[in-house]
Ligand binder design. Structure first.
Ligand code: FES
Length: 127
């Protein structure tokens, strides 16, 4: 069953930034970009690690988040995978080693969620 949950005030999500939040037991990323808000689960589809905490630190620019673990990149608004397992902690690795780091996982996109802004508050639909 889907439930609409308040994530927080839009004021807490500065324009042009990506923020990690916990809503109950759900870990999410919230992107506020050019008057739009996008939300996805804070879970890299490669190994399920956090997209906002890890050895490479939070890396977000122009609507794209890079996983701090093995550098996979995702368009936050659509969830599309743009690059899959290219290294470790922001450093590039030789292409021959990428399949080892990939551990046989095939490229997948982010798990995006429906977000709305109403009366200055951000809401998300969670299954
Ligand atoms: S956990 Fe994100 S790319 Fe490996």
């Amino acid at each position: 069953m889907s439930t609409e949950v308040r994530v927080g005030s839009l004021f807490n999500f500065p324009d042009g930034e990506l923020t990690g939040v916990a809503v109950g037991r759900h870990r999410l990323i919230v992107e506020h970009k050019e008057n739009e808000v996008h939300i996805a689960r804070n879970r890299c589809p490669h190994l399920g690690f956090s997209l906002t905490r890890g050895p490479g630190g939070l890396r977000y620019q122009d609507g794209v988040v890079q996983c701090p673990w093995h550098n996979s990149r995702f368009d936050v608004s659509t969830g599309e995978n743009l690059d899959w397992v290219t290294g470790f902690a922001g450093r590039q690795m030789p292409s021959w080693s990428r399949s080892l780091i990939g551990l046989g996982r095939r490229p997948r996109g982010l798990d995006t969620l429906s977000a709305t802004v109403r009366d200055g508050d951000v809401y998300v639909i969670i299954d």
